[in-house]
Write a protein that binds this ligand. Structure first.
Ligand code: UT7
Length: 323
């Protein structure tokens, strides 16, 4: 059985409310909260993507009751690592002393944690590895255009982690099914980060350095695809939607989550949210929310949970786990 045995999370100390943002740009708490549900976010001032990841990872390992040296695999999902090289996963490996683990990053934007978890589950199910650490971590604030009020108010910084283990206990539970998709033809609706091309034969400046988004197109994509992919994953797990106790969705916007709940015919109180306090933390949003549910005793043993992510690429997917 493949099971999440520990979770962790870390947010930067600096909490920035919508009113704080209204002091530095032409926006308002009313506009941001009514359109997105977001009221505050945490932004990195002294923290780094690696430092936040290490803090989250240590918590997850402690709860799982395993030592870093027992880890076989570390996958870090991020689009905002501190460096291009070495990878975030390798930096975490060094910091926690997980000498035996193979470590690499996986980049699938806001679906990153989900895709990393699914990837680890396949390794574990195939008997290749036994103990995996999955991280979703971002300091997106460095990738935002702070003069573009249409995007910069939406995002936050933070990290979440989970330890996934292959355990001999076959009685119940564990990782049941997943479904994932990509559509690169629609990638232009959410994009970021041209890199300059500078070599002895060419020099092209980077024109497009920050997150740019067609918000309404992303909104339509999310409310169209997420209910379908959740339904497919639940069917693949041999369950029905009413068997699911918690739908842990990527925390982009409360209106998207409410619309998904309505389209699935499920009560919105099965859809926990932390975006009010965190904003959209891309790959970190699902593991941070999962950790807060776990730490607050909101998930009981054997309950069924759907994790669902969607974002740039475009990418989207869902997984079904039994706690
Ligand atoms: O991980 C996936 C991440 N992406 C998403 O989740 C995005 C999904 N999309 C959305 O959530 C919504 O499209 C937004 C919240 C991003 C935008 O809401 P909208 O209702 O689609 O607004 P809009 O972009 O059409 O802008 C409406 C108005 C514009 O003013 P005019 O042209 O009507 O006068 C904007 O200039 O709101 C203005 N506006 C703002 N006003 C105050 C845009 N940003 C702000 C702001 N404060 N921060």
């Amino acid at each position: 059985m493949i099971k999440i045995c520990g979770t962790g999370s870390a947010l930067p100390k600096k909490r920035v409310t919508n009113d704080d943002l209204a002091q530095i740009m032409d926006t308002s708490d009313e506009w941001i909260s009514s359109r997105t549900g977001i009221r505050a976010r945490h932004l990195a001032v002294e923290e780094t993507t690696t430092g936040l990841s290490v803090a989250a990872a240590r918590q997850a390992l402690a709860e799982a009751g395993i030592q870093p040296e027992e880890l076989d695999l570390i996958i870090a999902a991020t689009l905002s690592a501190d460096h291009v090289l070495p990878t975030l996963a390798c930096e975490v490996q060094a910091a926690i002393g997980a000498a035996r683990a193979v470590a690499f990053d996986l980049h699938a934007a806001c679906s990153g944690f989900l895709f990393a978890l699914n990837t680890a589950a396949v390794y574990l199910r195939g008997g290749v590895y036994k103990n995996a650490l999955i991280i979703g971590a971002e300091t997106l604030s460095k990738m935002l255009d702070w003069t573009d009020r249409g995007t910069c108010v939406l995002f936050g910084d933070g990290a979440g982690a989970a330890v996934l283990r292959e355990l001999p206990d076959e009685t119940a539970g564990g990782f049941k099914a997943f479904v994932q998709y990509s559509d690169g033809t629609r990638g232009g609706v959410l994009s970021c980060g041209d890199r300059p091309l500078v070599n002895p034969y060419a020099t092209h400046e980077a024109e497009h350095r920050y997150v740019e988004m067609d918000g309404q197109a992303v909104y339509r994509f999310a409310v169209g695809t997420v209910p379908r992919v959740i339904t497919e994953a639940v069917e693949r797990a041999g369950l029905t939607l009413s068997d699911i106790d918690h739908f842990v969705l990527h925390q982009a916007n409360s209106r998207i989550i409410q619309s998904v709940a309505k389209r699935l015919g499920q009560p919105v109180d099965k859809f926990p949210m932390n975006l009010q306090e965190c904003g959209n933390i891309s790959a970190a949003s699902i593991p941070i929310l999962l950790d807060s549910l776990n730490k607050n005793g909101m998930i009981r043993k054997n309950e069924h949970i759907v994790l669902a992510g969607f974002g740039a690429g475009l990418t989207w997917g869902a997984a079904v786990i039994q706690w």
